[in-house]
Design a protein around this ligand. Structure first.
Ligand SMILES: Cc1cc2nc3c(=O)[nH]c(=O)nc-3n(C[C@H](O)[C@H](O)[C@H](O)COP(=O)(O)OP(=O)(O)OC[C@H]3O[C@@H](n4cnc5c(N)ncnc54)[C@H](O)[C@@H]3O)c2cc1C
Length: 499
């Protein structure tokens, strides 16, 4: 088999990895290889047309990782994984938000020095100069009604293209018409536009890291043989696959690795711990009339609200649209209707911490994923979720909505009181598709830190992580733009170290 060698080898061409590889190749003369397990997205309409996002996990380009069922509550959902250039940005719904500055104050306080809002927003600006972001302007009666209802609930109209606080606004989406602006589309296509020092190798599965002397990573084992890295390897395989690659390479909690007969290279107990997410639930309403779908996107607007009045920033995001959200309510036995609408909401700064662990010594097997929703000791996450149901109900009870509501299908009119609402949420909670934090960034005082603020893996030479894994705390909005920012910042950090 061929032996390939590059200065920098980036593993995973998704949200962070594609941005990192392209930016680094543009800004330096280093030879950069981007290794992606999946094929190119070029010419694949089922990937490029964002409205077909549900097809990916069910088809050959995707898979699903089931969760460890909780003792009490919903164990039916799984994490969809896309194996195609662009990663989850080739599967997602393109919603584009910059997090508020307060999120990055918290990152710095958690030991991520240098990741202050002022610095971070420069990376967002650079990305937003390249990526087409469209506002999904509302039209149609039902959409107007939802915005009127928000106003009657006391929420101002907000413009998500500027710093914002509580209020309702129109979606901003990284797309051009029906076509997604994935990181592959924007940063890697067409291949003829790539700089000469960037090599993109698709259908290249990385299984392990290769070590030289002094715990230095010198390359990766792949399905096309060993690929060597003269300077560094960067893992950007996502919050579920990056910790798996580390663990199979002997970097993780020693006792867990030994249990699977894996030689321990570096005992790092934080690998796979501290899994963060945005848990999601919904309120479904049967409508009195049919609600025609929009040509391009079936959701109307997003409402950010404070459940806890003293929260530094809105603590819940509520997405509103003219279709029922039944993936979890239907199997839990809640009724359906021929037409309806839903509020789908997520806890912006959920505090529960789950984990990912090895299930087998075989790298082709999935990890065990335990999101551990509602395990936070003071019950914060559930309080916010219960607040979400109440906020949706308030909205749907405004005069603007009169004439549209036939009945509440889930949780249902007889579900009253915080305990009953909490039971409904436990039964129907699902992932907001935002796993992160499994290789968190921190300083020397943090026993669970996996990378330092330069994204270097602790105790190992020549290895960084740059993807959703490194988030020290969850950001308050949908996370794809933040993952791209992490890739962009990683490029700057590596370029500085090469200079
Ligand atoms: C259904 C869905 C909808 C979403 N909607 C939104 C949204 O509207 N807005 C938003 O902001 N966020 C959304 N997200 C979340 C967002 O897209 C992801 O959080 C983000 O893309 C993660 O970026 P990443 O770089 O960490 O990982 P990924 O984008 O997942 O990239 C990881 C890459 O590594 C590759 N890889 C994995 N293992 C290997 C290996 N062993 N060898 C080689 N390559 C490998 C994968 O194929 C993939 O390309 C959504 C996610 C999903 C799943």
């Amino acid at each position: 088999m061929e032996t390939l060698e590059f200065d920098i080898v980036v593993v995973g061409g998704g949200g962070a990895g594609a941005v990192l590889a392209r930016t680094l190749a543009d800004q330096t003369s280093a030879s950069v290889a981007l290794l992606e397990i999946g094929p190119s997205d070029a010419g694949r309409e089922e990937v490029l047309d964002f409205r077909r996002y549900r097809e990916i996990p069910a088809g050959p380009l995707g898979t699903r990782i089931p969760i460890v069922p909780p003792e009490r509550g919903n164990g039916r959902f799984s994490y969809p994984i896309s194996r195609v250039l662009g990663g989850s940005t080739s599967q997602n719904t393109c919603i584009w938000f910059r997090p508020p500055a307060t999120d990055f104050d918290d990152w710095v306080a958690a030991g991520a020095s240098g990741w202050d809002a002022e610095t971070i927003f420069r990376h967002f600006e650079a990305l937003e100069a390249k990526i087409r972001i469209e506002t999904h302007a509302t039209h149609g009666d039902f959409r107007r009604v939802l915005f009127d209802a928000a106003e009657q609930s006391g929420f101002p109209r907000v413009d998500f293209s500027r710093p914002f606080d509580a209020g309702m606004g129109e979606y901003r989406m990284s797309k051009s018409g029906a076509h997604r602006q994935s990181t592959s589309v924007v940063f890697l296509q067409p291949p003829s536009s790539l700089p000469a020092n960037l090599t993109v190798l698709t259908e290249t599965a990385v299984t392990r890291l290769v070590f030289g002397a002094d715990n230095r990573v010198v390359g990766v084992e792949t399905s096309r043989g060993i690929i060597r890295a003269r300077r560094e390897v960067v893992l950007s395989a996502g919050a579920l696959e990056t910790p798996k690659l580390l663990m199979h390479s002997g970097i993780g909690e020693a006792a867990q690795l030994q249990q699977f007969g894996i030689e321990v290279r570096q005992d790092l107990p934080g690998v796979g711990r501290h899994l963060l997410d945005h848990p999601a639930a919904c309120v479904n309403i049967a409508a009195t009339r049919s609600l025609p779908e929009d040509d391009l996107w079936n959701y109307a607007g997003v409402l950010f609200e404070r459940v806890e009045p003293d929260a530094p920033w809105p603590d819940i995001e509520i997405q509103l649209g003219p279709e029922l959200f039944e993936q979890q309510t239907a199997p839990a036995g809640y009724p359906s209707a021929p037409f309806g609408f839903a509020a789908y909401f997520t806890v912006n700064r959920a505090k529960s911490e789950g984990s990912v662990r090895l299930a087998s010594p075989d790298p082709s097997q999935h990890l065990t994923v335990d999101p551990a929703y509602f395990s936070d000791p003071d019950g914060y996450d559930m309080r916010i979720m219960v607040g979400g149901v109440k906020a949706a109900r308030r909205l749907f009870a405004t005069p603007a909505m009169a004439g549209w509501v036939r009945e509440e299908l889930a949780p249902g009119a007889d579900c009253r009181g915080d305990e009953a609402i909490a039971d409904f949420i436990r039964e129907t909670v699902t992932t907001g598709y935002h796993p992160g934090g499994t290789c968190k960034m921190g300083d020397a005082s943090d026993p669970l830190a996996v990378v330092d603020p330069e994204l270097r893996v602790l105790g190992v030479q020549g290895l960084r992580v740059a993807d959703a894994s490194i988030m020290p705390t969850m950001v308050s909005v949908n996370i794809a733009p933040t993952c791209m920012m992490i890739g962009h910042r990683a490029a700057a950090l590596i370029a500085r170290s090469l200079a």
